[in-house]
Write a protein of this length. Structure first.
Length: 114
């Protein structure tokens, strides 16, 4: 589903991309694929930014960071470092600060689909 979401996103079909990525996130959560959740959350953040929803985008990206840090996923952390710099941060430090503020009550900081 994630790759299909990428295709829809590249075609400008944002609603379809969002639907695919939300389904991918649900499946990844159900099977415990934390590593697979990171790129999906990253992409869900992109959709939220596209839809002028910066708070939801940040929530998705913070969740992606928490999982990427937990599993030491170098590629995901590299993408999040670049994203932080694009949005005016100094790198991964911004995600660490935001994650500390986020402080979820459970071990699953992912935003739940509506």
């Amino acid at each position: 589903m994630g790759e299909l979401g990428n295709l829809y996103f590249s075609l400008g079909e944002f609603a379809e991309a969002s639907s695919c990525w939300k389904e991918s996130l649900t499946i990844s959560r159900e099977i415990g694929d934390i590593a697979g959740m990171c790129p999906t959350l990253f992409n869900i953040g992109r959709i939220h930014m596209q839809n002028q929803e910066p708070q939801q985008a940040m929530s998705a990206w913070i969740s992606a960071y928490v999982f990427a840090r937990k599993l030491d996923l170098a590629e995901a952390l590299e993408h999040l470092d670049g994203l932080a710099k694009q949005i005016g941060g100094s790198g991964l430090e911004i995600w660490e600060q935001l994650a500390a503020q986020f402080a979820p009550d459970d071990d699953d900081p992912t935003p739940k689909p509506p």
